[in-house]
Design a binder for this molecule. Structure first.
Ligand code: ADP
Ligand code: MG
Length: 214
């Protein structure tokens, strides 16, 4: 299936064409249509299969085509386990937001907390963050979580391995007021702790596993 076949904002299709990406990867083809119609997702697919665009494209589509449900705080949160991974996601996101009105911000552990608070006061629509630092901002009430419409947990399996289960639950709970969609991505199939977290935070999710024996 091709990006051109999706019912998706023209800018995003142009961005894919600009990268010379015509065909979706398998995980993108299976995930993006469900994400676009508003479903929660539990997706397992191996590293390198293209999971980042599988969530960034439908997330950007929502932000470009619908008005904010609240005027306060970010509309989307993307959590990734490490600084490095969060930076990689942010780089792809920056490419997609270029030339749009959408403002995004990166919130990493190990960086100056007060500088982050200043950046958060500029009310970015999208935050890419590591969970520990985002939890610190939740505790410090650095910004309001009640405008969040989409929550993405990237590499959820790794975040759980790193001991972030309670942080993820606390962030999900703080964001639950206007939350419309939660998307959980992992690289491992049949991971028990991921399934427990999915059961806790996802609503009637579409489950997608790529690479299972049929
Ligand atoms: P994952 O998160 O599953 O490990 P990534 O999202 O990091 O995978 O994608 C792996 C690589 O594949 C990246 O360099 C990305 O730009 C590239 N890629 C993603 N989607 C496509 C596509 N549809 N066609 C070609 N390359 C793609
Ligand atoms: Mg990834």
């Amino acid at each position: 299936m091709r990006f051109a076949e999706l019912t998706m904002h023209k800018r995003l299709k142009e961005a894919m064409a600009h990268l010379d990406y015509t065909e979706m990867t398998e995980v993108q083809a299976q995930t993006i249509p469900y994400a676009l119609i508003g479903r929660d997702l539990a997706v397992a697919s191996k590293t390198g299969s293209g999971k980042t665009l599988a969530y960034l494209l439908p997330l950007m589509h929502r932000l470009l085509t619908s008005r904010a449900l609240s005027t306060r705080g970010p509309r989307a949160l993307i959590l990734a386990p490490t600084r490095e991974l969060a930076k990689q996601v942010y780089a792809q996101l920056r490419f997609l937001v270029a030339g749009t009105q959408v403002h995004c911000s990166l919130v990493l552990g190990g960086e100056n907390f007060n500088d982050q608070i200043k950046a958060l006061r500029k009310t970015p629509e999208i935050l890419v963050a590591t969970p520990g630092r985002l939890l610190n901002h939740l505790t410090a009430r650095s910004f309001l979580f009640d405008g969040v419409e989409i929550l993405v947990l990237d590499e959820a399996d790794r975040m759980l391995d790193l001991g972030f289960a309670d942080a993820l639950k606390a962030i999900h709970s703080a964001a639950s007021h206007r939350l419309r969609q939660t998307w959980l991505f992992s690289a491992t199939l049949n991971n028990q702790s991921v399934e427990m977290l999915s059961g806790y935070i996802l609503k009637a999710p579409q489950s997608i596993s790529i690479g299972e024996m049929h």
